[in-house]
Each structure stands twice: as structure tokens, then as C-alpha cells.
Design a protein around this ligand. Structure first.
Ligand code: UT7
Length: 328
């Protein structure tokens, strides 16, 4: 089987209008702007409207990505939505999106790898195109984390936001496109970051609700330590597989969980801040949506040129991690 070079041919992003600032959070929980900014780098985040669900955000981002790619919904062969906040248990958000877009011939499925979901999604979809099975794939990272956040828990509610980022993958000229993927998981750390209610282990019940198991639980300090270690390791492994070195990186597009985690990755990869996309200050942590939104903004801001070597890298619940080297 011939393997075709596969890359990103269109990007798009959407964030809800409503802004939640640190000053507003000060009115909701015992916290303050100084603590949030110094510990996380976050100043504000976007919050979906009551009527908005993940597929609505995904739809808006997908339209822009398809426009940039110069394709229509009917050209799509595959839709992958990476999310931990699907519209509902099933049908999948990808199927709901397929219907909204009118992408009649596209296969569609959701992918669950938390904040690493977008990179996992890229790896999956890229394989279908590389092998010639499909021509165009839409990969979306979309989340409404506000809907699973406990706004009385200061450990978590200051961190999360809502948004969607989308890319269209297709064949690209030789020498460009994805050069490597490094995906990993460590289920032994599953308890550190979870929503334990609402699934088959703990179906929705009065008890589940009273114990707030429908909300995100996170052991922040432990996840932080894991993140600092794995971001560097995963990025280095992706570079090694691509036959590249740290010095080759033109732009790092990291998961936006905490500015301190991003800064430690920059130190480990010996990169200056100009070589890194940072938007955690404006959006907080949007799980699977963080990397594709950062990528879409990098394109929007003219920070990616043909031939540039990008490293995408993320980590999250599972525990999981994912990194990729992409030549633009
Ligand atoms: O997408 C992947 C998932 N998540 C992450 O990547 C998050 C990883 N973790 C983190 O980013 C950080 O651990 C946090 C930002 C969540 C917390 O920062 P930290 O420096 O690890 O703080 P800490 O949890 O060690 O808490 C330090 C203190 C505690 O007080 P004591 O026990 O020292 O008296 C907390 O109770 O800060 C307190 N604290 C707060 N204070 C003001 C915790 N949350 C807040 C808050 N405002 N919102």
C-alpha cells in the first residue's frame, strides 16, 4: 500500500461570546485574580450559552476549516470529534455534527482521550488518508467544560473554558504534512482526573448528584507533576521519530492547561517564548479544543509559513498524552 503525505489543509475555531473573568470568579468562590494569574496564567475564559452544546461549537469551527480547505461538507469522508463533553451519551457528537453539516457520505465517530483527544484524532484520521482509504477528514476538538464544572470548587472552576477547533486533513505535497505521532496512556493515573458520575459505573442517581460526581474532579498537584514530565518527553519522542531535533522546531503548539506547564516545556525543549503559541490567558483550559484553537490562531496570525516545523503536544485525563511533528 502506498503511503501518501497527509497534512492540515484548513483550520477553524469558535469560542462562545460570554467571557468569565477572574474578577467575576472572585464573586463566586474564595479566590483572587493575583492567585489565578500567577499560578495558572489564566485571565478569562469563554462560557457556552445555556442553549449551546458541544456540537454547536464544533459546527461553527468546522465551517471555517472547510472554507479554508476549499471543500464542501459533501467532500468529507470522515468526521472525528474529540471530546469529553459530548452533547449526549449517544448518538455521538460526530454524528450530530455530520447531520448539521450535511456531510452525507462521511463516517463519523467520537474519540475519548481527554485533553490529548485532538492529537489522538489527528493520528487516527491521518492514517485513513495516508493509506488512500479516504480523501478528506474533519478532525474537531470541542468542549463545553463549563457544563461539567462545579462553580463552587475553586480548585477546578478557575481553570476551564469552552470552545472548538477544527482542521481538515488531506493529501499534501511530498515533504510536507505529519512526520510522526507519539501517543501514550497510563491508566494507573486514571483517578487523578475524572468525571465519575453518569456512566455505567455510577449511573445518574440522587446519590451521584449529592456527591457531585457529575463534575470534574482533579488532583491538581499530581496532574501538574505528570504534565511537566510528559510534555517534554512526548515532544522529544515525536521529534526523534521524525528524525528531527529540538533546534528544528519553528513553532510549539502545546495544550493550554497552565502557563507554568508551558514554560517548563519551553525550558526543556530549549525554545524561546516567540516559538510557542500561548492563549491560556484568554481561554483557560479547553481540553481537546485547546490545541486546535491555538493552531487556528497561529494560522490566523500569520505565524505559520510553508515548510515550518510544528510540534503539537498535549496531555490529560486517562492519563493520556499525544505529540506530533507536522511540516506545514
Ligand atoms: O488539562 C489537563 C488537566 N489539568 C491540568 O493540567 C492542571 C494541572 N494542575 C495545575 O495547573 C495546578 O496544580 C493548579 C493550578 C490546579 C493548582 O496550582 P498549585 O500551584 O498546584 O496549587 P496547589 O493545588 O498546591 O494549592 C496551593 C494552595 C492551597 O492552599 P494551602 O493548602 O497551601 O493552604 C490551595 O487550597 O492554593 C490554594 N488554592 C487556591 N487559592 C486561591 C487552590 N485553588 C485556589 C484558588 N484561589 N482558585
Amino acid at each position: 500500500m502506498n503511503v501518501k503525505p497527509v497534512g492540515v489543509i484548513g483550520t477553524g475555531k469558535y469560542v462562545p461570546e460570554r467571557v468569565l473573568t477572574n474578577a467575576q470568579l472572585e464573586q463566586m468562590v474564595e479566590t483572587n485574580d493575583e492567585w489565578i494569574v500567577t499560578r495558572t496564567g489564566i485571565r478569562e475564559r469563554r462560557i457556552a450559552a445555556e442553549h449551546e452544546a458541544t456540537s454547536d461549537l464544533a459546527y461553527a469551527a468546522a465551517l471555517l476549516a472547510m472554507k479554508e480547505a476549499g471543500i464542501t461538507a459533501e467532500d468529507l469522508d470522515l468526521i472525528v470529534v474529540a471530546t469529553v463533553t459530548p452533547d449526549m451519551a449517544f448518538p455521538s457528537t460526530a454524528c450530530i455534527l455530520q447531520e448539521k453539516l450535511g456531510a452525507k457520505k462521511a463516517a463519523a465517530f467520537d474519540l475519548s482521550a481527554a485533553c490529548s483527544g485532538f492529537v489522538y484524532g489527528l493520528a487516527n484520521a491521518a492514517n485513513f488518508i495516508a493509506t488512500g482509504i479516504y480523501k478528506y477528514a474533519l478532525v474537531v476538538g470541542a468542549e463545553c467544560l463549563s457544563k461539567i464544572t462545579d462553580y463552587t470548587d475553586r480548585n477546578t472552576c478557575i481553570l476551564f473554558g469552552d470552545g472548538a477547533g477544527a482542521v481538515v486533513l488531506g493529501e499534501v505535497p511530498e515533504g510536507r504534512g505529519f512526520r510522526s505521532f507519539e501517543l501514550g496512556a497510563d491508566g494507573s493515573g486514571g483517578e487523578l482526573l475524572k468525571v465519575s458520575g453518569g456512566g455505567s459505573r455510577n449511573p445518574i442517581s440522587e446519590q451521584v448528584l449529592s456527591e457531585k460526581m457529575q463534575y470534574i474532579y482533579m488532583a491538581g498537584r499530581e496532574v501538574f507533576k505528570f504534565a511537566v514530565r510528559i510534555m517534554g518527553t512526548a515532544a522529544e519522542e515525536a521529534l526523534r521519530k521524525a528524525g528531527m531535533e529540538k533546534g528544528d522546531i519553528d513553532l510549539l503548539v502545546p495544550h493550554q492547561a497552565n502557563i507554568r506547564i508551558i514554560q517548563s516545556s519551553l525550558e526543556r525543549l530549549e525554545l524561546s517564548p516567540e516559538k510557542c503559541m500561548i492563549n491560556v490567558d484568554r481561554y483557560g483550559n479547553m481540553s481537546a479544543a485547546s490545541i486546535p484553537i491555538a493552531l487556528a490562531e497561529a494560522v490566523e496570525e500569520g505565524r505559520v509559513r510553508e515548510g515550518d516545523k510544528l510540534v503539537l503536544v498535549g496531555f490529560g485525563g486517562g492519563l493520556t498524552w499525544g505529540a506530533s511533528v507536522l511540516v506545514w
